[in-house]
Design a protein around this ligand. Structure first.
Ligand code: ZN
Length: 421
């Protein structure tokens, strides 16, 4: 900026003292600021301070041939103070680092393209006729002469005389500082920095939580499913040993009987564990159930099938009652269950029609390729049973994930039985 405006300085100062126009020096100094600069020159400027005097490099101004006449000829017009042109320029130069300054000189109002501070008006020239308004009639001429005399009278007041105006150029708004990235926790959670929105950032192996296109849970709507007959889910569950654990994310029951088998799609999936989410993660036609259980199975090829059982409040549930009886005392605590205590048949609904789709684990690492089987009919749990669970966990549902283009099968009727093999 300084190099752009400096070459015109001599010409414009010269124009001032030939009486042709008003010069306005537009600078980034308000009158109080100018005073500040005078008082503390030459090294008072600090970065970000109020004084930011725009001025051409010192050599350009100091050697100007019009500098001396300017101090003698024209009354100086300074907003908020009185000074000579030379002193104003000198002060402006001394008021800090000249490399960051800008000197703009404006001749009349038509010369303001040299750079007015945003929002400022060019100063009036009380002694000059308006630009481009040459009188063409004798009446107009007389009127212009009268106006000119009035302006000359006004010009006896230093504040109305031709001169230099130094005004403040608004400082650029400070750039908002980008807060440092908060340090993410090592362990995932359902809230805070370790919450679902950050799971994929916590560990490289959690990347699928962020970039996966077939994530769970999803919202299931009956008006957007592939309806038709479907094979039944063949549960072969037997009373089993187990351990109930507080994982820190929920209550989980590990099942130690490989004879608990789900047969579907001509494949046998063995039950590994079941656990709870409060509230349930899937929504059905917009409805959110207060509790859900996920029964996690795996086949011989390592593929996962998860059966969802939804709970609504009502009568107590027998299996829930037995598990809650052995509730752990806190995170990482495990309680071994009495033999044959775990009988999954006690928790399955009578109507076993279901939705099915391909999704993912709903907790890190959010592995995809999981066959989801969501039983439509909820089972009941008493308010007391629900309350006990909610005292431990009540916000353990991952947010709904985009369905994208996935098909959700809706088993309207269950046809035939899976042949045993
Ligand atoms: Zn789950």
């Amino acid at each position: 900026m300084k190099t752009r405006t400096a070459p015109s300085l001599r010409q414009q100062l010269h124009a001032l003292f030939t009486g042709a126009a008003v010069l306005a020096l537009i600078a980034t100094a308000l009158a109080p600021v100018l005073g500040h600069a005078q008082a503390q020159a030459p090294s008072s400027q600090s970065a970000g301070g109020p004084v930011s005097l725009p001025v051409a490099p010192q050599a350009d101004v100091a050697t100007s041939p019009v500098r001396q006449p300017a101090t003698e000829a024209a009354p100086v017009r300074v907003e908020g103070g009185s000074n000579t042109i030379a002193n104003q320029i000198k002060d402006a130069m001394n008021g800090g680092d000249a490399t960051g300054k800008q000197l703009n000189i404006i001749i009349d109002q038509n010369s303001s393209s040299g750079g007015m501070a945003p929002g400022t008006q060019p100063p009036k020239n009380p002694g000059a006729a308006p630009q481009g308004s040459k009188p063409t009639t004798s009446a107009q001429t007389r009127k212009a002469e009268q106006q000119g005399q009035a302006r000359l009278a006004q010009s006896s007041n230093p504040r109305n005389a031709p001169g230099i105006v130094i005004r403040a150029k608004p400082l650029p708004a400070p750039k908002p500082k980008t807060p440092p990235e908060p340090e993410l926790p090592e362990h995932w959670s359902y809230e805070g920095l370790g919450g679902p929105q950050n799971w994929h950032k916590l560990k490289p192996e959690y990347a699928m939580c962020g970039k996966g296109k077939m994530q769970s849970p999803i919202a299931i709507r009956d008006d957007d499913t592939l309806k038709g007959p479907a094979e039944p889910l063949l549960f072969t569950y037997k009373p089993s040993k187990g351990t109930v654990t507080d994982t820190g994310h929920g209550i989980e029951v590990k099942v130690y009987n490989t004879d608990n088998v789900l047969s579907v799609r001509n494949t046998k999936y063995r039950l590994l564990q079941f656990h709870f989410h409060a509230p349930a993660e899937e929504t059905i036609n917009g409805q959110r159930f207060p509790l859900g259980a996920h029964f996690v199975h795996k086949n011989d090829m390592g593929q996962l099938a998860v059966v969802t059982v939804l709970f609504e409040t009502g009568e107590p549930n027998a299996l829930v009652e037995r598990v809650w009886t052995h509730m752990p005392l806190g995170p990482s605590d495990s309680v071994r269950l009495p033999p044959d205590l775990v009988d999954i048949n006690d928790i399955l609904p009578k109507d076993q029609r279901y939705y099915s789709y391909f999704g993912s684990l709903t907790t890190p690492p959010c592995t995809e390729g999981v066959l989801w089987l969501v039983l439509k009919q909820p089972v009941q749990i008493s308010p007391e049973q629900l309350y006990m669970y909610n005292q431990l966990y009540s916000k353990t549902a991952r947010p709904l994930q985009p369905r994208n283009s996935r098909t959700i099968r809706d088993a309207i009727t269950l046809t035939g039985a899976m042949p045993a093999n």
